[in-house]
Design a protein around this ligand. Structure first.
Ligand SMILES: CSCC[C@H](NC(C)=O)C(=O)O
Ligand SMILES: [Zn+2]
Ligand SMILES: [Zn+2]
Length: 408
């Protein structure tokens, strides 16, 4: 359902484009404008709205549609409000204008990641309410800041707050990724981000001499060990067609620092790595491996963590899990093909799962290239609108899941 001019545009698309124009771009997101937009939506939809400030200036906005049996654990629909920065010169259209081309593609930062999902949740709720539906379980929509820089002033703090406990979430949906085929990807677990900085110290001196025990030689050894491990994991992935990216551990060397002049051997140099540790890895043993690589490189080689998540959890993607049964059952009724996978990067789902709440990562975008964090991020309006239909069915199913043993 493509709409051409603004006069015939579907109101859900217009709302989506309005939200995309709010500049919640890191590192200085306009969170105030996003919250005002969401408060207005709550007012329009007749939803209650709660604001929880988890750190100074970092507010979680919670919109609530009360169920007919509010004693049952609720459904949590999470989305983050911030977006990543852009390289404006590489975009065909202003990334904060939400330009729609003649074919119906909407160009904007956040079009896929993940302002589409925020508006799809809201529009699905609006549709269900306007059709007079009520469901046993309460539905909470949480809009969180800070996800794009780790969620440390967002979901990580929120899950520890009494206001979060009070939501009594039984199951959560959060972001996924687009899929270029006819299928939809759904994520039941995630790799854990480990960002480490290896610092190597050694003897300084004049760069014309063969100085022994330099920082650079030892750093080179660590880099070689880590890149050899990278190659091994890459081969393991390529050799097994059943393995997807999220099932192996990845690593990239992302920063090299040190040195002051061509002719001065520096006393310290460092290398930074972005590891994504697969959920089945023994993390204690893996940390020991990192220590070994540093020790083997020589004296004075250490590492520190800039990011370390150690509590990966899996939400079972089989029918022994009633939430999966409801989710996949609704998808089946809609004839959607699902591809269950482990999320290769990190989302706020990891914090939700870590406090014991099952969560699936799902952004209903098929026939769409993965353009999150990329130049010219875009989404076709027809895919966006179909996503509203999909959430409408999913929410009906999830909010109607009967009480489970132990639930009250
Ligand atoms: C590690 S916190 C940063 C979160 C970011 N998430 C995505 C989806 O890009 C990432 O994985 O780099
Ligand atoms: Zn995201
Ligand atoms: Zn992102």
């Amino acid at each position: 359902m493509t709409t051409k001019g603004p006069e015939s545009e579907h109101p859900s698309v217009t709302l989506f484009r309005q939200y995309l124009r709010i500049r919640t771009v890191q590192p200085n997101p306009d969170y105030g404008a996003a919250i005002a937009f969401l408060e207005e939506r709550a007012h329009q939809l007749g939803l209650s709205c709660q604001k929880v400030e988890v750190a100074p200036g970092f507010v979680i906005t919670v919109l609530t549609w009360l169920g007919t049996n509010p004693t049952l654990p609720s459904i949590l629909l999470n989305s983050h409000t911030d977006v990543v920065p852009v390289f404006k010169e590489h975009w065909h259209h202003d990334p904060f204008e939400a330009f729609k081309d003649s074919e119906g593609y909407i160009y904007a930062r956040g079009a896929q990641d993940m302002k589409c999902v925020s508006i799809q949740y809201l529009e699905a709720v609006r549709r269900l309410k306007s059709e007079g539906h009520r469901f046993p379980r309460t539905i909470h929509l949480t809009f969180v800041p800070d996800e794009e820089v780790g969620g440390h002033k967002g979901m990580e703090l929120f899950v520890k707050r009494p206001e979060f406990q009070a939501l009594r979430a039984g199951f959560a949906l959060d972001e996924g990724l687009a899929n270029p085929t006819d299928a939809f990807t759904v994520f039941y677990s995630e790799r854990s981000p480990w960002w480490i900085r290896v610092t190597s110290t050694g003897k300084p001196g004049h760069a014309s001499r063969f100085i022994e025990d330099t920082a650079a030689e030892k750093l080179h050894k660590v880099i070689s060990s880590i890149l050899a491990f990278r190659e091994k994991e890459k081969q393991r992935l390529q050799a097994n067609p059943h393995l997807k990216e999220g099932a192996v551990t990845s690593v990239n060397l992302t920063k090299l620092e040190g040195g002051v002049a061509y002719n001065v051997v520096p006393a310290a140099m460092s290398a930074s790595f972005d590891f994504r540790v697969a959920p089945d890895v023994d993390m204690k043993a893996f940390e020991k491996q990192l220590e070994t690589w540093c020790r083997e490189a020589g004296e004075g080689v250490t590492f520190e963590f800039a990011q370390k998540f150690t509590e990966p959890r899996m939400t079972r993607p089989d029918d022994s899990n009633p939430w999966w049964a409801a989710f996949s059952g609704a998808c089946k009724e809609m004839n959607l093909t699902l591809e269950p996978q482990i999320f290769p990067a990190a989302t706020d789902s990891r914090y939700v799962r870590a406090v014991g709440i099952p969560a699936l990562g799902f952004s209903p975008m098929n026939h769409t290239p993965v353009l999150l964090h990329d130049h010219n991020e875009r989404l076709h309006e027809a895919v966006f609108l179909r996503g509203v239909d999909i959430y409408t069915r999913l929410l009906s199913a999830l909010a109607s899941v009967p009480a489970m043993p132990g639930e009250s």
